[in-house]
Write a protein that binds this ligand. Structure first.
Ligand code: GLU
Length: 447
């Protein structure tokens, strides 16, 4: 059997961390199993779906290295849906309903106030043909529901294990809107059948949908695929991620936060699994270790600081040849390997390098709190040309002369030379800044 999976975003917003996780997991499973990945754009909601979001979602996927093998848009498949809908109507699987949204909401509230689950009461099934004709003559347009069989529904979920529902505990799902357009449930099932999807991987928020989908597969004469429902990630306080950390789209993590795609992938591939979260530069080990049996059913917490920690670790082990093109794109085409190696271990994000480039190459205001000490130090600067031992020779000489050591010795030098109180190792930085600038700065000149 060839494994085939799909990632099915709705283009009604940017790719969010939660959905990106589904994309990564689906992709990893496809690659691990030698399978095929369909990118399915769920764009039947023409009002909320936007081409711009579709493009942005694809950009985010590509940026994260998650290529798909095939793509389909639901909006191009309406004829096919109509065909299958006709078949289901003829088989008596769909029934027309005329309640308004307000009526339905009242019914729901009244059930809830009596402590009962808000399950649709199927009163539309009681309508006589005459009554339905009258409604239509009055200009009412029906929406259609899928008639669930009131029997047990179960499947062996790849993450949740045996999962059981009962048809009578579910509302018959609305599958066609008043305007005749088909809704997500049916389109999704028809697509999963037509595209030969073998495994449906998605968030736990879809579990009860799956219960109804199982019957739709059967009504359409197909065997349901296998299902894997991941528990949803929450923020650190356990709140729903999307509400509290609203800005967490992949686009923002890239454009605003300047994160590396592999930092995001490293976290999202492993969060909620029994494998340790670590910074991966390449995706291969993540494919290698992937297994649904490692997924936990509890809610994993997403910590943005963890992303930053992984990001730093990835940057710290990135080789110059893997980053020089991006540095050039950032306007740092003159930045060479020596500079990269001297500062990379001080970067949390790649964009931080601009600051160090500025410290080394542009005029900065030296910070000198103890001019007498700095003057003494300046007088002890070794002769040029400088080399990798210069820093040690210089600071040993200052130490001998002044008796200062540790922070008392290094901090004033750092502040005078870089204008900052933190930063990369001065031994390397001294050479990158160069003797001319160092001397001027030690004299208190902005240079
Ligand atoms: N468009 C749906 C969503 O984003 C797809 C769910 C599914 O995987 O079937 O929630």
């Amino acid at each position: 059997m060839t494994i085939k999976v799909r990632f099915a975003p709705s283009p009604t917003g940017y790719l969010h961390v939660g959905n990106a996780r589904t994309a990564i997991i689906t992709w990893l499973f496809a690659r691990k199993s030698g399978g095929h990945l369909l990118l399915r754009i769920d764009d039947t909601d023409i009002e909320r779906s936007k081409a711009e979001y579709e493009t942005a979602i694809e950009d985010s996927l590509i940026w994260m290295g998650l290529q798909w093998d095939e793509k389909a848009n639901q909006k191009n498949r309406l004829e096919r849906y109509a065909e299958q809908i006709e078949k289901l109507k003829n088989d008596g699987k769909l029934y027309p309903c005329f309640e308004t949204a307000e009526e339905l909401s009242l019914k729901r509230k009244s059930l809830l106030s009596r402590g009962q689950p808000p399950i649709y009461d199927r009163s539309a099934l009681e309508l006589t043909d005459r009554k339905k004709e009258d409604y239509i003559a009055e200009g009412l347009k029906p929406h259609w529901r899928f008639k669930l069989d009131h029997e047990p529904i179960k499947w062996n979920d790849l993450i949740r294990g045996e999962t059981k529902f009962h048809g009578k505990d579910q509302s018959d799902p609305v599958v066609i809107r008043e305007d005749g357009s088909p809704l997500y449930h049916l389109c999704s099932v028809i697509d999963d059948i037509d595209f030969n999807i073998t495994h449906v991987i998605r968030g736990e928020d879809h579990v009860s949908n799956t219960a109804t989908h199982v019957q739709m597969f059967e009504a359409l004469g197909a065997k349901p695929p296998k299902f894997a429902h991941m528990s949803l990630i929450s923020d650190n306080e356990g709140g729903k991620l999307s509400k509290r950390l609203g800005s967490l789209s992949i686009k923002d993590l890239r454009d605003d936060d300047g994160l590396e795609p592999m930092a995001i992938t490293s976290l999202l591939a492993r969060i909620g699994t029994s494998d340790p979260i670590d910074a991966f530069k390449e995706i291969e080990p993540l494919i290698e270790s992937f297994d649904f049996s490692k997924f936990s059913r509890s809610t994993p917490k997403f910590d943005p600081n963890e992303l930053l920690r992984l990001n730093s670790k990835i940057i710290h082990k990135t080789e110059f040849e893997d980053i020089n093109v991006r540095l050039a794109q950032m306007g740092l085409q003159d930045l060479d390997e020596e500079f990269w190696l001297a500062v990379r271990s001080n970067l949390e994000r790649l964009k931080d390098i601009k600051e160090w480039w500025k410290v080394a190459k542009s005029p900065i205001e030296p910070v000198i709190e103890d001019p007498a000490f700095i003057a003494e130090a300046a007088a002890l600067l070794p002769d040029t040309p400088w080399n990798e031992n210069t820093w040690n020779e210089w600071t040993s000489a200052i130490k001998n002369k002044t008796g200062r050591k540790g922070k008392q010795l290094f901090m004033p030098l750092r502040q005078a030379i870089t204008g900052m109180s933190h930063g990369p190792e001065l031994a390397g930085l001294l050479l990158l800044i160069g003797s001319e600038k160092v001397k001027k700065r030690l004299s208190g000149t902005k240079y």
